[in-house]
Design a protein around this ligand. Structure first.
Ligand code: FAD
Length: 389
């Protein structure tokens, strides 16, 4: 079963592993550090449940067309929560609401051994570790099975993740639970956990100290010019501007995203979550009067349930209606999948031969220099054209 080009198309959502009644599916790490399903033919009974939940084989369409969805600029009125969150802190507002109703929140944390994983919490304190974007694909493992259990117990559940993870959860559940809320993030694509781990190891060796905390979105110098903050066991810490951090450079030049990200179909009409949250990039041009550089979320309400949650939270959040196009302008990832970097294969070919920083630098630089050369040429042509006209 799962009879398609798994290495190119599989999202790594693990819905197949969660649904398999014989535990015949094991996720195996590939050369690029991403996990892919492997079926044990001796255990498989051919029930095809894996095909039924697979995102590649079953595309869903949301109740509302993308162009008809309402959009908002949002931030959490609690300044300290807003500061610790990547954009406006809406995730925490929703998570707090669910916990106060004795519910469970499922989200992504960096584990003690620095792995990026999905986990669950039923306490306000547990939300803290879920706050903030972690830029590598999170491990789902048996989380969908745990979500199902909570829903069947009648608990309120908030599940957060990438659009493909939320869609995969709906495929797995195959039932509309009134007690389930979902939020996805606007997703540029997920980087390889292998590259992240190698980068961590490089930094630890370089500083001769273990990393104890990694923040991808530190706001010490504001939201727009965010920093990467790394804290070490010896109490030292570093702050690096995101556009000077080599791991972020490789991520943003699409050098080591999952192959399925370049082919992602979980966009626009196919986004199934109740609410989509991202950064409102470009707010300073569209709505300068509300931009204070503390973090503004771009929020899209995808379902009636999503609208209800946001209305309930209105005393805890600032919220202003905006045009959907204003959000799309700063966030092309909402509509289009990332473009595969031409050097991706060469980069992974060298992953165990060259040190990680040199490897990223080599191929990120190549792709950027080709691009900027092209841009330079285009600008020169435009300039010439303008002069002639
Ligand atoms: C891989 C990735 C790519 C992204 N790309 C974009 C983009 O192109 N444009 C944009 O505007 N925003 C993007 N975001 C979203 C953005 O960075 C913020 O996460 C979002 O605005 C939520 O902000 P917040 O302040 O409400 O929540 P925060 O408090 O920052 O909470 C973060 C939320 O994201 C979830 N999360 C964190 N890491 C992961 C992960 N690895 N996988 C799945 N879920 C995760 C947590 O469970 C939590 O719900 C991306 C996020 C991730 C993780």
């Amino acid at each position: 079963m799962l009879d398609f080009d798994v290495n190119e198309l599989c999202y790594g959502c693990e819905a197949c592993k969660n649904i398999c009644p014989k535990q015949a599916i094991v996720m195996k790490k590939s050369y690029d550090g991403f996990l892919y399903p492997n079926i044990d033919k001796d255990l498989c009974i051919g029930c095809r449940k894996c095909d039924e939940v697979c995102l590649v084989l079953n595309k869903k369409v949301s109740e509302k067309k993308f162009r008809d969805r309402k959009a908002f600029a949002v931030y959490n009125l609690d300044d300290s929560i807003r500061k610790e969150s990547s954009s406006g802190g809406l995730f925490t507002a929703i998570a707090n609401y669910v916990i106060q109703r004795k519910g469970a929140v499922f989200g992504v944390v960096v584990s003690d051994n620095m792995e990026i994983i999905h986990t669950e919490t039923e306490s306000i304190d547990g939300i803290e570790a879920m706050r903030g974007s972690k830029y590598a694909q999170s491990r789902i493992d048996y989380i969908f099975t745990k979500v199902l259990k909570k829903l069947q117990d009648g608990k309120f559940v908030l599940f957060t993740g990438t659009p493909c993870q939320v869609n995969a959860l709906y495929n797995f559940l195959n039932h509309n639970y009134d007690n389930l809320y979902t939020c996805d993030v606007i997703c540029h694509g997920v980087p390889s956990p292998l590259v992240f781990n190698k980068y961590l190891k490089y930094m630890e060796d370089n500083k001769d100290s273990k990393i104890v905390k990694y923040n991808f979105r530190d706001k010490t110098f504001g939201w727009k010019k965010y920093n990467i903050k790394i804290q070490y066991e010896d109490n030292n810490s570093t702050l690096t501007k995101f556009n000077e951090d080599i791991y972020m450079k490789g991520f943003l030049s699409d050098l080591y995203l999952r192959n399925s990200c370049y082919n992602c179909k979980c966009k626009t009409d196919n986004v199934m979550s109740d609410i989509t949250i991202g950064d409102f990039w470009g707010i300073e041009n569209k709505y300068p009067e509300i931009d204070d550089d503390k973090g503004m979320a771009a929020v899209i309400i995808n379902t009636t349930k999503g609208r209800k949650i946001i209305d309930i939270l209105k005393d805890n959040i600032f919220m202003q209606p905006v045009s959907l196009n204003d959000i799309i302008d700063g966030n092309p990832s909402l509509r289009k999948a990332a473009k595969k970097n031409k050097c991706r294969d060469k980069f992974f070919h060298n992953i165990n031969n060259i040190d990680i920083v040199k490897n990223i630098h080599k191929y990120y630089k190549k792709s950027i220099s080709i691009e900027s050369k092209l841009k330079g040429t285009v600008i020169k042509i435009i300039h010439k054209f303008k002069v002639v006209v």
